[in-house]
Design a protein around this ligand. Structure first.
Ligand code: FAD
Length: 408
């Protein structure tokens, strides 16, 4: 099937939606991306995001990555540490094994700008500040833009409206709303000068992940300064069970420091130098029974919300976007393309989802009866750990959805 002239609506101009828009318009489709936020920034703003080689392969296929198009810091190693003592548990190679795809540390806003630029240069229309929805009539999904029905028939409607997707819940078979996990993410930036000399030298190789009972913290350098990006994950629902309030950011700073009091000096001194954090609850939701219905298909967090513990949500959204457009280009009909897309993606995203859950559980082991044997086991296996972890991450990072398909 040719994408030439195919009319595609994309609801949600985040990582997955923009990547799908760029890939489809390169193949000749007429793409309109609806993004509810008025500017091409997202709530994460200047915070960082890790893109592993499986995601980088898609970015490279969409256009060349350089300092101007997508400022990034390459990472080679991930250091896993015991947070309270600062002791290193293992160090892991995270660069690609079979090609030169890099592990990149970027700013979220830069990533979105890169993808938006690719999509627009290839002819996609980006309607920012436009909230879109769908309605189901005569067996097809139509688009409502800011509550007004849009004329015209869309061959394909891509739902990429993120973790809180209401399209998933209302229109996909078995689709549900995401529910709170009781875990909370704190994202903050700190000046590089707040890091100890030792930590700075470790960060020049890649991210450091500090683990501890009931919480963990990931630290890495991002471009623009450079600055240090801190993502802290804690357990226990929002204050009084309510979502975090953004009215008193200075309280969030104090609370975050208090949560990590008693951890190693590297963590404590870093948190002393942070800017007000962004706080959000974390959600989970099972993958719907089907990722498509009629002319509607879901990608990214709308299809498979993922906890951030394996840093895979954005890379998985990029993989989805590429796979969907390839499936459309290679199938005879849209339903056949959606079947092929689902066949290629379902088992991987379900596995990524549960691996993300499991990683968080392991990093934050609280029960001393479990923690002790795990830590003793890790210590005993220390010489083998890099190999074991490499195996563990191998299936995640080595996955290549671009191989054998036409690059742009
Ligand atoms: C703390 C934290 C850290 C993370 N770190 C990483 C990491 O290091 N690496 C990684 O790979 N992933 C990470 N993730 C996950 C990653 O951010 C997401 O998985 C990824 O952004 C999903 O992309 P998406 O396109 O599906 O959704 P999003 O990027 O969230 O985009 C959805 C878009 O849809 C728009 N939208 C929603 N509803 C509508 C509507 N009705 N009309 C129009 N527009 C709409 C939203 O405004 C948004 O722009 C992290 C997540 C968190 C919470």
């Amino acid at each position: 099937m040719t994408l030439d002239g195919m009319n595609i609506a994309v609801i949600g101009g985040g990582v997955g939606g923009l990547a799908a828009g760029a890939a489809a318009s390169t193949r000749g489709a007429r793409v309109t991306v609806f993004e509810k936020t008025p500017r091409r920034t997202e709530s994460g703003g200047g915070s960082g995001i890790q893109i592993s080689p499986n995601g980088t392969r898609v970015l490279r296929a969409l256009g060349s990555i350089d300092r101007t198009s997508l400022p990034s810091m390459p990472a080679r190693l991930l250091s896993l540490k015991h947070g309270p003592s600062g002791r290193e548990i293992a160090r892991l190679d995270i660069h690609a094994r079979h090609d030169d795809a890099r592990y990149l540390l970027v700013r979220r806003s830069d990533l979105v700008a890169f993808l938006a630029d690719r999509a627009e240069k290839r002819g996609a229309t980006l309607l920012t500040g436009t909230r879109a929805d769908v309605s189901f009539r005569d067996g097809r999904f139509e688009i409502l833009a800011d509550a007004h029905p849009l004329p015209g028939d869309f061959d394909v409607v891509v739902a990429s409206d993120g973790i809180q997707s209401s399209i998933r819940q209302r229109h996909l078979p078995g689709g549900r709303l995401a529910t709170e996990t009781g875990q909370r993410a704190w994202r903050a930036l700190a000046s590089i000068s707040s890091a100890s000399e030792r930590l700075r030298s470790e960060l020049s190789e890649g991210p450091c992940l500090f683990t501890g009972p009931g919480k963990h913290l990931v630290v890495y350098v991002v471009p623009g300064g450079p600055m240090i990006n801190i993502t802290a994950i804690t357990r226990g629902c929002g204050r009084n069970g309510k979502p975090a309030s953004r009215t008193r950011p200075e309280h969030d700073q104090i609370e975050l420091r208090a949560l990590y009091a008693g951890w190693c000096d590297s963590v404590v001194s870093l948190l002393d130098g942070i800017q007000p954090p962004e706080v959000r609850e974390l959600y989970r939701c099972p993958v719907p029974a089907a990722l498509s219905r009629a002319n509607l298909v879901a990608i990214g967090d709308a299809a498979h919300p993922m906890l951030p513990h394996l840093a895979q949500g954005a890379s998985a959204a990029l993989e989805d976007a590429w796979t969907l457009v390839e499936a459309l280009a290679n199938a005879q009909t849209c339903p056949a393309a959606f079947t092929a897309y689902e066949r290629r993606r379902r088992s991987r995203v379900v596995r990524l989802q549960s691996a993300s859950e499991r990683s968080g559980w392991i990093y934050q082991l609280k029960n001393p009866f479990l923690r002790l044997p795990v830590h003793l086991g890790l210590r005993a296996a220390k010489p083998l750990l890099p190999v074991l972890l490499r195996q563990w991450y191998g299936w995640v990072h080595d996955h290549d959805v671009v191989a054998g398909t036409a690059r742009n």
